[in-house]
Design a protein around this ligand. Structure first.
Ligand code: HEM
Length: 397
């Protein structure tokens, strides 16, 4: 199965790994992937799956390549790509720098600080709604809903369409049927464009007004750009936050000693979030080789896809001692869970704050909980790794 290995890729660089369906991704993916990946340097291999592409599994290699936008492009330059994209995450500097500057003010530490009260209230309400039952399926009841509410609040958009948005989002990110995904994206796009239209002329301080006021090369943004930015902002923080929170709860529920550390000393929570993002990074992303080149002793051909498996970059033992061990008291927890280089996640501070505040509220209301699963939790791979189900139980008051 898979495509034929091209001539410029020597046999010792080939490792058969399906980023979506590898059996290594179906249970405890961090441990399984790390135990099986080739350890040869540079930590880059080529897989014949999914059309054939490179995978960068080492943190040192990844960081160097992500900074090198001359060689490794974020544009959709792969064979079969539809058209040049107006999305900031699919453009290179200098266009990228301008697009990013439009949304950056909404994500500074100062801007995120103003959201803290809202995030706390939202966490309190969501936890209070499930607490009396003594059980929940964390992904469907909390993790997926939480970031959608945050987006609607940032966009100052009505919450009445929340359930509908969640449905479309689920289809958009998870349906195996490309036509269904396309239809859901179109609906989400229409929804975002409608808010832009309604808001035009009476912009406020919300996220979508910030986008509406944006200028690219001195002109207002066109419809494609508004749509691209609106959807990126909506989708960028949904699955990623939901999966990270779900992995964190799976870990804490299955490791009561670690959870107790947070209950006993909540000031450990920010460091715990960082360490748990390092050991449970969820997202990966691609670049394309801009031209034929030799790099780190490997031959890349123009347009080849290079996949950054940042899920395991925090587990690189060349950067972290005993990397699979979770330790909330590590001095630093280096990882690339939020990417690296100029595209580094613009929402990382918001994401950390969402998770921190949620945990601060959870420990107050649910001081002990366990995972209600027989055997090890199932997980799934792809561009955002996630547990499949996280059923939790606790003593209802
Ligand atoms: C735990 C949660 C999150 C994770 C793991 C995560 C991960 C990432 C990663 C790895 C990238 C880099 C992609 C690349 O280099 O191609 C990225 C970019 C981005 N993220 Fe996040 N993200 C999270 C939360 C958020 C949130 C809450 C938002 C805000 C709505 C957001 C918005 C974005 C945007 C707009 C970009 C594109 C930045 C650019 O291209 O300059 N993310 N994210």
């Amino acid at each position: 199965m898979g495509v034929q290995v091209p001539e410029h890729v020597p046999a010792h660089l080939v490792f058969d790994f399906d980023i979506y369906l590898s059996p290594l991704l179906m249970k405890d993916p961090y441990r399984s992937v790390m135990a099986n990946l080739p350890k040869r340097e540079p930590r880059i291999f080529w897989t014949p799956r999914n059309g054939g592409h490179w995978v960068v599994s080492g943190a040192l290699e990844a960081l160097e390549m992500l900074r090198d936008t001359e060689r490794f492009s974020s544009e959709a330059i792969f064979p079969g790509a539809r058209k040049p994209s107006t999305l900031p995450n699919q453009s290179d500097p200098p266009a990228h720098t301008e697009y990013r500057a439009i949304i950056a003010p909404a994500f500074t530490p100062r801007a995120v600080k103003t959201m803290e009260d809202y995030l706390r209230k939202l966490s309190q309400e969501m936890i209070a709604a499930i607490q009396p039952a003594g059980r929940c399926e964390f992904i469907s009841e909390i993790a997926r809903e939480f970031p959608v509410s945050v987006f609607l609040a940032m966009a100052d958009a009505p919450t009445e369409h929340r359930a509908q948005l969640l449905d479309w989002t689920e289809i958009s990110v998870r349906s195996p049927d490309p036509a269904e995904r396309e239809a859901a994206n179109t609906r989400l796009g229409r929804y975002v464009l409608k808010i832009f239209e309604e808001r035009r002329g009476h912009e406020g301080t919300d996220l979508l007004s910030t986008v509406l006021r944006g200028r690219f090369q001195g002109r207002p943004l066109n419809e494609d750009e508004l749509l691209g930015l609106g959807l990126l902002l909506f989708l960028g923080g949904l699955d990623t936050v939901a999966s990270t929170l779900s992995f964190i709860m799976l870990f804490l529920g299955g490791n009561p000693g670690y959870y107790q550390q947070l209950v006993d000393d909540p000031s450990l929570i920010p460091a715990a979030v960082e360490e748990l993002v390092r050991t449970h990074s969820v997202a990966s992303f691609s670049r394309g080789a801009r031209h034929d080149m030799e790099y780190m002793g490997l031959q890349f051909k123009q347009g080849e896809r290079i996949f950054f498996m940042s899920q395991v970059h925090g587990l690189d033992e060349r950067k972290v001692d005993d990397p699979l061990r979770v330790d909330f008291r590590r001095e630093i927890s280096p990882h690339l869970g939020f990417g690296g280089g100029p595209h580094r996640c613009i929402g990382s501070h918001l994401a950390r704050t969402e998770i921190r505040i949620f945990l601060e509220e959870w420990i107050l209301r649910i001081p002990a909980f366990t995972i209600d699963l027989e055997g090890e939790a199932e997980t799934r791979g792809g561009t955002v790794w996630s547990p499949v189900r996280v059923p939790l139980t606790w003593q209802a008051r």
